[in-house]
Design a protein around this ligand. Structure first.
Ligand code: ZN
Length: 278
């Protein structure tokens, strides 16, 4: 089994949960910076960021992204900063509005899918335009695989030169109405990824009660892990984590059980073919 270090991504906030659903979720800029810093100290090398407005609603305000980015850069040297271009509560044209801030990475869903109570709409022309925009701002996409077709769409984007090699993808499992959390399915997608996009790297994320299970699978199968409050709450309110750092520590612990070291930010940058931080 691959002994490469595991990159731990922490999705600190998301579009949900609300403060009522979990008081631990960081909402304000200072809460987000502090929570990221704790997660960084616990071993997270990558932070996936959504911002909220003053009422706690999902926001596209570039100024909020800017302030969080500045704080993370200051307090978490070398940490990989990834902005979400995700859809919930945001208009299509707003979703890349903060890319001029030149984050290290930006998420890119390569197709449409049903979410638990909505449609996550990513029409083909929008996907292509967003891929171009991410590249134009010097960021590396994290391809979000919410459904199997999105994997093959990513292959087409690479062929068309809209996604650079080697791409990085994230398999999202256990989201209602999208991919189930089945190990056979993850193994199939990894096999396809390896065959069609040699050299590609991957992370797996499990939603709700599947979060820890999917962390185990990713560690066993040689991939990277995502954790964080974004995925922890909404689908399983009976087991609330108290902080992002707690979830990162849990992954670090499981990684050790599987003989995997936790990647430092510098190692994570090398593994994901990102430039070193300056
Ligand atoms: Zn997200």
């Amino acid at each position: 089994m691959s002994a490469q270090p595991c990159v731990i991504s922490v999705a600190i906030t998301g579009s949900l949960p609300t403060k009522e659903q979990n008081p631990a979720v960081p909402i304000t800029v200072s809460e987000q910076i502090e929570s990221t810093h704790e997660a960084f100290e616990a071993g997270a090398a990558l932070v996936h960021i959504h911002v909220r407005d003053d009422q706690g609603r999902p926001s596209s305000d570039p100024e909020r992204f800017q302030r969080v980015q500045e704080g993370v850069r200051k307090h978490c040297p070398g940490m990989i900063i990834q902005f979400s271009t995700g859809g919930r509560g945001r208009q299509l044209q707003e979703r890349g509005a903060m890319l001029w801030l030149r984050p290290d990475m930006a998420s890119l869903a390569t197709g449409s899918v049903n979410f638990p109570s909505s449609v996550y709409e990513n029409p083909p022309d929008f996907v292509e335009a967003l891929a171009r925009e991410i590249a134009a701002h010097g960021a590396k996409p994290e391809v979000e695989i919410f459904d199997v077709a999105m994997l093959y769409n990513a292959v087409e984007l690479v062929k068309a030169g809209l996604l650079a090699r080697p791409p990085h993808v994230q398999f999202v499992l256990g989201l209602k109405n999208a991919l189930p959390a089945r190990r056979e399915l993850l193994e199939f997608m990894i096999k396809e990824l390896t065959a069609l996009l040699p050299g590609a790297t991957w992370t797996a994320a499990g939603m709700g009660r599947h979060q820890l299970t999917v962390n185990h699978w990713a560690l066993e199968l040689g991939g990277h892990c995502r954790t964080g409050l974004e995925d922890n709450i909404r689908f399983d309110q009976s087991r609330l984590a108290a902080s992002n750092a707690e979830l990162v520590r849990r992954v670090a612990h499981v990684a050790a059980e599987h003989g995997r070291k936790v990647a430092t930010p510098a190692q994570a940058r090398a593994l994901l073919s990102l430039p070193p931080s300056n």
